[in-house]
Structure formats: structure tokens, C-alpha cells
Ligand binder design. Structure first.
Ligand SMILES: C[S@@+](CC[C@H](N)C(=O)[O-])C[C@H]1O[C@@H](n2cnc3c(N)ncnc32)[C@H](O)[C@@H]1O
Length: 249
């Protein structure tokens, strides 16, 4: 156990995006906390069907999206970034147990750092696809835009970028509707959302990430357009969650 995780267990402080005090709670906990987590990741994985060889994943967490992509595309190779050693360790052992270690490299790195260093080429550029789920919403909007630009520059012609994240509600009324959908998801499990959140940690800013910095879906799509993505789409949306992205044409 590293010093970060030891400290976390004492004061429940976590890096933005780690979500749970204990990493072992993540895979079950995230499915109880968020409506349709698997459906959302499956849609995202489906979006790279035409560009699934060399893939960059930002904020891989415990490796659930990596696993879906490696299972679905036998030729996929993933470079997976995460700044959390404990999440990365968990992902690595899961990927190794599944027999995919040769097609997956986990790298401990802040993706904000990668965005801010256009000359960094530690793991190369020229990716066919960049994917991310539940991670980029921790960057402020200025860094989101910088990251989208960096992603655009690192993709091959015909490459694509897909992100799944929570969206800022369009109004107070929409925020209440999105919140009610999450409460209903909890109620369908015989719980309250507050009870399900019992083992969630208290996230404090770390590196380039912060507690949630949500932007609206339309703001995200504008950032993609101004970063040079040409075919922009929203293949999935469920209340306050969306999968969105685009292609380099
Ligand atoms: C909620 S988890 C999602 C993990 C996985 N993508 C999934 O959908 O299950 C978000 C992950 O992003 C990572 N993360 C957040 N901000 C980051 C940053 N600036 N650089 C690298 N990793 C980051 C966290 O450590 C965490 O593992």
C-alpha cells in the first residue's frame, strides 16, 4: 500500500476521480452510484469500431473501460494514463488476470501535464483513438480545451476522440430532474443515494484535477469544434451523463 492510500484511509481524502476511500469498492460502487454505467462505457467502446488499433486512454481508473475495449477488439493496444497509483495498480492486476497485459501499458501521469507539454513524447503520438470516462470533468474549462487540442494533435487522420462524463445541467430545473434520476436509480436498488454515497471519499484538488468542474454539453461540443474536430456527435445521453466526441477528418 502506498502512502497516499494509507493517508486516504485515515482522513477519507482522495484524489479527484478516485471516488471511493477503498479502491476495491470502485467496480461495484460506481455501478450503484451512476445509472447505466456499463451501457455508457459499451457505447463509448462501440464508437471506436473503425479506429481501434493504437488507443490512448485518459484516467483509466480500475481498468473497466480498458477491459471492455481489449475484449471487444483483438488488435487493440492501449496506453492508459492515470495519476493515481492505487487505481493504476488495481487496473494492472485486473488486465493481467484477464490475459491482456501484452496489449496494455499503464502509465502514472497527470493528463493535464500531458496537455501542457506538447513536446512530451514519452509514449509517442499518432493514436487512432483517444478515450476517457468520468475523468476529464475534473479539469477546469481552460484545461479541458487545452486537453482537447492536445488530443486532436495526437490523433492520426481519421482518428477519433470519445469522452463519457457528467454534464452541467442546463438550468436549475434540469439539475433537479437529473438528480431525481439518480435518486430513482438508488431507490430501485432499495437504497437512498446518500446511503450509497457512504463509502465515497472527500476529494481535494490534486495536480490539474479538482472536485467536479462540470461544463454543459453544448460547451463541450464548442470546445471540440474549436480544437479542430470536424464530425462531432453525441451517441449517448441519459439525464446528466453523456458520451460525446468527434473525428479528425
Ligand atoms: C471515476 S474514475 C473513472 C475510471 C474509469 N475511466 C471508469 O470509467 O471506470 C476517474 C479516474 O481518473 C483519474 N484522474 C482524474 N484526474 C486525472 C488527471 N488529471 N490525470 C490522470 N488521471 C486522472 C482518477 O485517478 C481516476 O482513476
Amino acid at each position: 500500500m502506498n502512502s497516499h492510500s494509507t493517508a486516504s484511509l485515515v482522513n477519507k481524502e482522495i484524489f479527484p476521480g478516485e471516488v471511493f476511500v477503498n479502491t476495491a469498492d470502485f467496480d461495484i460502487g460506481i455501478r450503484r452510484l451512476l445509472p447505466k454505467y456499463d451501457e455508457m462505457l459499451d457505447v463509448l467502446a462501440g464508437c471506436i469500431s473503425g479506429a481501434n488499433h493504437r488507443i490512448l486512454e485518459l484516467g483509466c481508473g480500475t481498468g473497466e473501460l480498458s477491459l471492455k475495449v481489449l475484449q471487444r477488439y483483438p488488435s487493440a493496444e492501449i496506453v492508459a494514463l492515470d495519476y493515481s497509483p492505487r487505481m493504476l495498480d488495481f487496473a494492472r492486476s485486473k488486465i493481467e488476470s484477464a490475459g491482456y497485459a501484452a496489449r496494455w501499458s499503464g502509465i502514472e501521469m497527470d493528463f493535464g501535464e500531458w496537455a501542457n507539454n506538447p513536446n512530451f513524447s514519452g509514449f509517442g503520438d499518432r493514436f487512432d483513438a483517444c478515450i476517457s470516462s468520468l475523468a476529464i470533468h475534473h479539469l477546469d474549462d481552460e484545461m479541458k480545451l487545452k486537453l482537447f487540442q492536445r488530443i486532436r494533435e495526437s490523433l492520426n487522420p481519421d482518428g477519433c476522440f470519445w469522452n463519457a462524463d457528467p454534464m452541467l445541467a442546463e438550468s436549475a430545473a434540469m439539475r433537479d430532474i437529473y438528480q431525481a434520476a439518480r435518486e430513482e436509480w438508488a431507490a430501485n436498488q432499495g437504497e437512498t443515494l446518500a446511503a450509497i454515497r457512504g463509502n465515497v471519499g472527500m476529494s481535494v484538488s490534486y495536480g490539474y484535477s479538482n472536485p467536479d468542474r462540470l461544463a454543459t454539453l453544448s460547451a463541450h461540443l464548442e470546445m471540440l469544434a474549436s480544437s479542430g474536430f470536424e464530425t462531432i456527435a453525441v451517441p449517448w445521453k441519459y439525464y446528466g451523463m453523456a458520451v460525446f466526441g468527434g473525428f479528425v477528418n
